[in-house]
Design a binder for this molecule. Sequence first.
Ligand SMILES: Cc1ncc(C[n+]2csc(CCOP(=O)(O)OP(=O)(O)O)c2C)c(N)n1
Length: 550
Amino acid sequence: MKTGGKLIVEALEANGVDRIFCVPGESYLAVLDALHDSNRIRTIVCRQEGGAAMMADCHGRLTGQPGICFVTRGPGATNASAGIHIAMQDSSPIIMFIGQIAGHAREREAFQEVNYKRFFGDIAKWVVEIDDAARIPELVTRAFAVATSGRPGPVIVSLPEDMLTSLAEAPEALPYTPVETSPGEAEMHKLAELLGNAKRPFVILGGSRWSAEAKSRLESAAETWALPVGVSFRRQMLFDHLHPCYAGDVGIGPNPKLATYIKQADLVLLVGGRFGEMPSSDYTLLKSPYPDQTLVHVHADANELGRVYRPTLAINASPEAFASAFAKLKPEATPDWADETERLHKAYLDWSTPPETGPGDVQMGPIMNYLESVLPDNAIMTNGAGNYASWVHRFHRFRRFATQAAPTSGSMGYGTPGAVAAKALFPDREVIAFAGDGCFLMNGQEFATAVQYDLPIIVIVVNNGIYGTIRMHQEREYPGRVSGTDLRNPDFAALARAYGGHGETVEKTAEFAPAFERARASRKPSLIEIKLDPEAITPTRTLTEIREKR
Ligand SMILES: Cc1ncc(C[n+]2csc(CCOP(=O)(O)OP(=O)(O)O)c2C)c(N)n1
C-alpha cells in the first residue's frame, strides 16, 4: 500500500521525468513529501505559477517531452493559466498537476474550490481529476500519451488532497508509448507529382514535434528540390537561416518581397503548423477556406487538416516522419525555380541586416550586429511579447534546433521563465532572454529562481518607458491621445543586483559590448537594461512617423 503522493512520484519517474517546476501548496503536501525521497526528480521551486507553467512549456518546447509543473488549487491554478494558454496555442506538451480540495467539501464553493474541467475546458487538451489513488499509474501515463500525441498540448491533472493521502494498492506504472504518424507511399507519390507540376513552390515550417534530425532531413530535402523555405511566426529554430534555401520568417510584418512571392506561389507545402492568424497575416497570405495555391498540408493531427484551409493534399504525419520520407523523394528533372530560391535567400539576407542608425543615443542595430558576432550557434534566445522582440525575430540568424523559446500566442512575460528552464536543460549553452520593460515585470520575479539555482542567464531589458506595442497601435488609431500606455520603471539593473545577480545599465550604444562581456564574465544571472528612445518603436519607423502617418 502506498500513498497517492508516492504513486504520483513513481508514475512520473516511470515516465522519465527528471525535473518539475512548482510553487508549493498545502493541497499537495503528500506529493512534496514523496519528492523528498526521489533522487531522480529535481524540484525547481518558482515564484509565481504563471512562471512555473511557462518553464514547463519551455521544457516541452525544447525537448518534445512533457514539461511538468505542480501548483496549488484556486489561486495557484488560475495564476498558472497564462502558461497553459501558451502551451495550448503553441502545441507544447506539458502536464500540470493541481492539488485539489478534498472530496467531502466538493460543490460547496469550499476554500479555493474550482472546477478544473470547466475552468480549463477551452485552453487545455485534456482535464482529468483522479479520485482513486489506485488509478494513478493508468491516468498519469495516459496524461503523457495525450500531451505528446497528435497535436501536443497541455494536460491538467487534478489531485484531491484526500486522494493524495489515501493508501492504495496500485499496479506498477509503465511509461507511455509515443504514437508516430507517418505518410503513406501514395501521399508521397502525389506530393512528388504536385511538385513536378509546380512553377513557384514555397515551403512553410511550423508547429511542434520537430527534432534536430527532422530539421536537418528537411534541410537536405529542400536542397535536393532547391525549394525556398520559410518558417512560421516564432518557429525560427526549424531552419538554418544561412542555408541557401532559407527565405525568411513568415511572422508579423514579413519581408514584403517574401509576402508577394507567397501570394503568387502556385504550391505551398505547409509542414507541422496550423498557419494561424499571425503567420498568415490575418488569413490573407493563403485565402481561407480555399487557397488560390495548391496546398499540401502536413500535420500530425488529422483534426488540423482541413480545419482552416482546404488542402489539395492532406498528409497526416508528424514533422519527424514526414521529413524522413521527404528526404528520400527525388525530383525527376532539375527544378526550374532554383534561381528564385537564390533570389529569395538574398532578399532575406538584406532584410535581416540591421539598420546602423535610429533615434536616440542607443542604436539597437549595432547591438544586434554585435550579438550576432559573439553568440555561438547554439545560444538559446527567449522572449515574450512587445515591439522589442522584432529585433530578435528579424535580425538574429537562428541556425540550430532548440535555440528559440517564444510564445506564438503573443503572451508577455515569457522571456525570463523561459530562459530559466532553458538554462536548467542546457547549462553549457548561453541563454539570452529579451524583454521589454513591460514584459520583464510580468514574470521578472523568476530572476530570483535563476539566482536560487545558479543559472547564469542574461536578460536584456529593452526599456523605452512605455507599453510600446500598444502605444504604437494607439498612435496609429487615435493619434496623440495617449491613454494607459506610459510606464514609470524601477532601476532594473539595481533590481537585478538586489536579487543577487549582476546588473548593468546601457545608455549609449558603445556601452553595450563591455556590459555584455562583464555580464558573461560574472557567471551570475545578469540583467542588462538598455535605455531605448521610445521613438525607436520599430527597426524602421518612429513613433512620430506612425502618429503623423508619414
Ligand atoms: C499577458 C499579456 N498582456 C497584455 C498583452 C498586450 N500587449 C502586447 S505587447 C504589449 C506591450 C509590451 O510592452 P514592453 O514589454 O514594454 O515592450 P515594447 O512593446 O515597449 O517593446 C502589451 C501590453 C499581451 N500580449 N500579453
